[in-house]
Design a protein around this ligand. Sequence first.
Ligand SMILES: Nc1nc2c(c(=O)[nH]1)N[C@H]1C(S)=C(S)[C@@H](COP(=O)(O)OP(=O)(O)OC[C@H]3O[C@@H](n4cnc5c(N)ncnc54)[C@H](O)[C@@H]3O)O[C@H]1N2
Ligand code: MOO
Length: 415
Amino acid sequence: MAQQDCCSQPGLMLPADALEKMFAAAAPLIRIEEVALEQAMGRVLAEDIHSAIDLPLFNNSSMDGYAVRAAEVKTGQKMAIAGKAFAGVPFDGDIPAGACVRIMTGAPLPEGLDAIIMQEEANVDGDQVSFNVEVEPGYFVRHRGSELKHGQKVLSKGTRIGAAEVGVLATVGHASIKVNQPITVALFSTGDELKPVGDDLQPGQIFDSNRHALRSMLTEMDAKVIDLGVIPDDLEQVRAAFHKADELADVVITSGGVSVGEADFIKIVLDEMGQVNFWKLAIKPGKPFAFGKLPNSWFCGLPGNPVSSMVTCYQLVGPMITHLSGQTPKPAITLNATLTDQIRKKSGRQEYQRGVLSRNADGSLQVETTGAQGSDMTTSMSRANCFIVLPWDNEGVQPGDTVVVEPFNRILGGW
Ligand SMILES: Nc1nc2c(c(=O)[nH]1)N[C@H]1C(S)=C(S)[C@@H](COP(=O)(O)OP(=O)(O)OC[C@H]3O[C@@H](n4cnc5c(N)ncnc54)[C@H](O)[C@@H]3O)O[C@H]1N2
Ligand code: MOO
């Protein structure tokens, strides 16, 4: 806060301060339900998960080969093969002294044997085998409980369940789990100029692209999106859309009409129906972002310029949805990279330039901008794989300067 008091635009917050205010205003919406493992992907755990079993559940072989008593193996000396052990079909016969068991990967280690010799080191001769190596007890054995003990915590409440977590849940035998209900978002675009994609365009009209891009981003945030379409620049219709959205969802998100123009009704209706917590931030693009409270929901008003709407959705709505969903946030990864081109900038707003991050032949990271950075240029987003983040007090950077980059996460098609 001290920074912006000094030099950024008076009264305008930086994104980190805005997020702090949003999180302080809105408590997580914890509504627990039980879902089957098949429906768990993308949900947030409402409980700690403990393993119901030791893992591995039994001593088993990590190689195809021969199970032996390590002390009995002498290089080149023949041993009798007492039988076979397969994954799912254990060997349960007697194993005379000096004998071994043919074993496959994942098969339970027969009682009394303590090591595995891989088959590449074995020389089979009828029902006997000799080995090229001698081994210690435990060799190529995966021991019961070596990964996890029964009752041990494997996943924490607040974890977003991704593919790896689904794998863990299945491994430890959880067929269903308690999760938080998804955050519902009602989304609409505003603007007389906006036509549905695919319609014929009259002079001055454009396709409503923001709603599609934002719906896609929100879906990647694991929100349940209620798409309310395009609302014309008409105070009554904007008001009606707000009421409907507020009835339906936890969060209402609009794009457009949030600036200072004569057809910008968003802030007027927010003021009238609820409260404006803040409006305008010291960021570029995305300055006119609005956050507030409606009777039943939280409100985020995104600027109409396509890039501005996506940047504010990523930088502000994303963390807010994570917070509301009860998820433990993962820290954003930032990297230092050498800039290849010049960026002109004035002090006052934190900028999110779109960049392409790559590795040089010498192994160092470099980043170039996607070119012209107009906030109407959607392709500047699709060509990028990162934001080049220039702090509010930066006054331009030159080729060869080190800059901070934020690689896109899955919400923008990244990792
Ligand atoms: N006098 C000022 N004018 C503007 C300011 C300002 O501070 N003073 N801020 C500028 C900035 S920065 C932005 S960002 C925009 C945001 O304005 P709005 O949120 O009111 O957006 P609109 O005026 O409705 O639209 C802006 C632009 O984006 C196009 N648009 C809108 N919705 C969509 C959509 N769903 N799909 C595709 N494109 C969309 C719209 O046609 C306009 O071209 O205000 C500046 N003005
Ligand atoms: O914030 Mo506006 O997004 O600079 O075009």
